[in-house]
Design a binder for this molecule. Structure first.
Ligand code: PMP
Length: 393
């Protein structure tokens, strides 16, 4: 008789097949994945250290260089979601005790400030309410005051629906000997961004927004200045998994002749990411930007025609990928969202962090970005406004 025996039976749920509903993912991400990308992700696995995989990773690098508009050699994809890239950027370029400046105008700055705090940086913040933006004068003043080694700005503030201007900030950072880190998770491919020309030192994005790949991989790129800082550290970064000395080798970006095992990359996720970058390359960045802008303007007009107010007043500051609607008076935003999900299979979401209770967020990204889908979103919204209880304020 065995010393021990299985006394926990197989769970009932595991004896039933997987069920996944079809949803119209019109929130801030993930967005619906087109069949071509799903099919790429469903290809048979190969080893993460096979030469064919290195080729695919090299292709991904080239695809990211195009999407980011950069010639940076140190370009790769993280094995993990957008947060992995956030942590990788901060952990590698900052050492404990160094000064970091974070602009906060929504949840993403809050997150980066916390990430930097946790690794022992001296964190300084510039704070605006969601939807606010920072002038170059304000940024320059804070750079001069806090003398940070890193300045963080969110290009596509998805919790507020703001596309933050990026021009001139890179020059300021250069002058103040500070690295310029930009989050483009929600904006890449949807809103113009030119890494090299705009002097962004570190840029990252996510796979699941306008790129339309499944969640779980995150492109990132470091320029020479960022590499100089992160490869001349006194102490090793706090994370082994996110250490760029290892990741640069895994991606064939260092001077070693062989790639060595560091961690097992998400092979299927990389297949899908490659396909999503290929679709963007075929379409062309400018066409993609134009498409997002046109569909967003159509959506914005439709929202205003319903009698609703857009949260970001200035059209030029609105993020074309994620639109924020001010919660209409008298309505419970949770009821509106639940109604659309129940009756239209349409996902929209509420705010995040400081924008909770302020906005409803509608995202039409990449594959989802069409007037047809904008109409679908508007129909669901109109129906929810008609059927959800409106209380007198
Ligand atoms: N930054 C921005 C602007 C985002 O919109 C998101 C995702 N909502 C993230 C970072 C974090 O990405 P992830 O959820 O993939 O970790």
């Amino acid at each position: 008789r065995a010393m021990s025996s299985v006394n926990i039976p197989p769970p009932e749920c595991m004896l039933r097949p997987l069920e996944v509903p079809y949803r119209y993912l019109f929130g801030p991400g993930p967005s619906n994945v087109p069949p071509r990308i799903l099919a790429a992700g469903a290809r048979p696995i190969i080893g993460h250290l096979h030469t064919e995989m290195y080729e695919i990773m090299n292709d991904i690098k080239r695809g990211i260089q195009y999407a980011f508009q950069t010639n940076n050699h140190m370009t790769l994809a993280m094995s993990g979601s957008g947060h992995t890239a956030m942590e990788c950027a901060v952990f590698n370029t900052v050492e404990p005790g160094e000064s970091v400046l974070v602009s906060i105008n929504g949840v993403w700055g809050e997150r980066v400030a916390e990430i930097a705090e946790r690794m022992g940086a001296k964190v300084h913040t510039m704070v605006k309410s969601p939807g606010g933006y920072f002038t170059t004068e304000e940024i320059e003043k804070a750079l001069a005051k806090h003398k940070p080694v890193l300045f963080f700005l969110t290009h596509g503030e998805s919790s507020a629906g703001l596309a933050h201007p990026v021009d001139n900030v890179g020059d300021l950072c250069l002058r103040h000997n500070c690295l310029f880190l930009v989050d483009s998770v929600a904006s890449l491919g949807a809103s113009p961004l030119l890494m090299d020309q705009q002097k962004i030192d570190i840029l990252y994005t996510g796979s699941q927004k306008a790129l339309n790949a499944p969640p779980g991989t995150a492109p990132i790129s470091f320029n020479e200045r960022a590499c100089h800082k992160m490869f001349n550290r006194k102490i090793k970064p706090v994370s082994y998994l996110l250490d760029m000395t290892h990741l640069s080798n895994y991606w064939g970006n260092d001077s070693k002749s062989a790639r060595e095992y560091h961690h097992t990359g998400p092979v299927s996720g990389f297949f899908a990411l490659r396909e999503s970058l290929a679709i963007l390359a075929e379409k062309g960045l400018e066409n993609s930007w134009r498409q997002h802008r046109e569909v967003a303007e159509y959506l914005w007009k439709g929202i205003e025609d319903l009698g609703l107010k857009l949260f970001i007043k200035d059209k030029d500051l609105r993020l074309p990928s994620v639109t924020t609607i001010a919660i209409p008076d008298g309505y419970d935003w949770k009821e509106l969202l639940a109604y659309m999900m129940k009756h239209h299979q349409v996902e929209m979401t509420g705010g995040l962090g400081p924008s909770i209770g302020m906005v409803i967020r509608v995202g039409l990204m990449g594959y989802n970005c069409s007037k047809f889908n904008a109409d679908k979103a508007l129909t669901a919204l109109a129906d929810a406004l008609k059927h959800c209880p409106k209380r007198r304020g």
